[in-house]
Design a protein around this ligand. Structure first.
Ligand code: PLP
Length: 429
């Protein structure tokens, strides 16, 4: 470990020293010792077009020589305005007002504050949120509160506000009971809302895929029924698309794939193609209208030093252009993942070691069968991680959940190498 750095999510005493990266291009990282590693997880799920894409690099350079930063209160600029226009144009009608911040956790904080104050501004006290077991919404206090209670939040549990949790109806290929499980969750939700219709400010969910919770995947049908209930009982629906946004689920956004328009959507990770920190919380005109007033107390008093940073916005605009150019890449990856997963399962030595295979768009996942308890602390993940590095692959299983989330620029040959490597690793377990 470096003597002056405190690394995130890392117990320095027991972790191996981090690998030092010198440079990167496309899906490849080059380490300082000369080794080449194929990035199968888009860095921290951010790097949708691959590393150091020249188009984004150029856009950043150009913007940096034009306007690098300006206070975003009382001032505005083209990159932010153009980005807001393009995002709202891409998103379902109704998601109309863009609030900028600088990372996923802050985008969630903003969404929670928007939802809560939306009711306060209409003289309603709605103190509670509904969220899902296994959810991850970030590491700040509000985001932790609506996240699943886990080893990540355990130390702070007394400091978190109260949230009602529902099971996330996760499914997989060949799941026979999903319709029943979904109905049970919806029944629980309906009961809560009927019992106390004015208690809930909103419902927050990671649509289609729960990321850090273990790449758990739910169905479009569930999200549609969830939306119906939220509307029927007049509570707000917040989609945390920080991981699922920008092509990850095989469509531009999970809400488009599900044909559901939430009241607020949070976006970050892929927004700048992995170059710079940036985030947005985008809400409906109705929410915005409840803040629009002569009364100063109805203002959303929230902002960050780097809110709508022009260079970040310029990177995001360049990344959106690349998404248009590369639409077939993220729309076509689901089919490829499915073919490779089928092959894996056909290998007699591998089949008993994996279960709950699942794919949504560019994300493929499976559970590794072993005797330890499932979850983040399952040690099989570390074993796989080390074996993968030996094979030149960056994989970072979430406990016993092995997943792939490659940059969209991965070639067929590279993807084939990745699955070949995974096959060998599973074989050796
Ligand atoms: C990563 C993530 C966050 C938090 O984003 P940060 O930029 O790491 O703060 C929130 N929600 C989801 C679904 C995420 O995947």
């Amino acid at each position: 470990m470096h003597p002056h750095i405190w690394y995130p999510f890392t117990q320095a005493k027991t972790s191996p020293p981090p690998l030092k990266v010198k440079s990167a291009r496309g899906v490849w990282l080059e380490l300082k010792d000369g080794r080449k590693i194929l990035d199968c997880i888009s860095s921290w799920w951010v790097n949708i077009h691959g590393h150091t894409h020249p188009k984004i690099a150029e856009a950043i350079f150009r913007q940096a020589t034009e306007l690098e930063h300006v206070i975003f209160a009382g001032f505005s600029h083209d990159p932010a305005e153009m980005l807001a226009e393009q995002l709202t144009e891409r998103l379902p009608n109704g998601l109309n007002r863009v609030f900028f911040s600088d990372n996923g956790s802050t985008a969630v904080e903003v969404a929670l504050k928007m939802a809560y104050q939306h009711w306060v501004n209409q003289n309603q006290q709605r103190q509670k949120f509904i969220a899902f077991e296994g959810a991850y919404h970030g590491d700040t206090f509000g985001a932790m509160s609506v996240g699943s209670r886990s080893i990540f939040t355990q130390v702070f549990s007394d400091m978190l506000f109260e949230v009602d949790f529902l099971p996330y109806p996760a499914t997989y290929i060949g799941d026979p009971k999903i319709v029943k499980r979904e109905q049970e969750v919806l029944n629980q939700l309906q009961e809560k809302l009927e019992r106390n219709p004015k208690a809930y400010a909103g419902i927050i969910i990671e649509p289609l895929v729960q990321g850090a919770g273990g790449m758990q995947m739910c169905r479009v049908e569930f999200l549609q029924k969830l939306h119906q209930l939220a509307q029927q009982f007049d509570t707000l629906l917040i989609f945390d698309e920080i991981m699922t946004g920008f092509g990850r689920t095989g469509d531009w956004f999970a809400c488009l794939k599900a044909q559901v328009t939430p009241d607020i959507i949070c976006l970050s990770k892929g927004i700048t193609g992995g170059f710079l920190p940036l985030a947005v919380s985008i809400c409906s005109e109705e929410i915005y209208a409840s803040f629009y007033s002569d009364d100063p107390i109805k203002t959303l008093y929230h902002g960050h030093s780097y809110t709508a940073n022009p260079i970040g916005c310029a990177a995001a605009l360049a990344s959106l252009e690349l998404m248009v150019e590369n639409e077939p890449a993220f729309k076509g990856m689901e089919e490829k993942h499915l073919q490779y997963l089928t092959k894996l399962r056909e290998a007699p030595k591998i089949e008993p070691k994996i279960e709950k295979l699942r794919v949504t768009g560019t994300i493929a996942a499976m559970d590794i069968v072993n005797s330890q308890k499932s979850g983040y602390l399952n040690k099989i993940g570390l074993v796989i991680r080390e074996k993968a590095i030996e094979k030149g692959l960056l994989l970072r299983p979430l406990g016993n959940v092995l997943y792939l989330m490659p940059p969209y620029c991965i070639t067929d040959e590279e993807l084939s190498m990745v699955y070949q490597g995974i096959g060998e690793i599973l074989d050796s377990l």
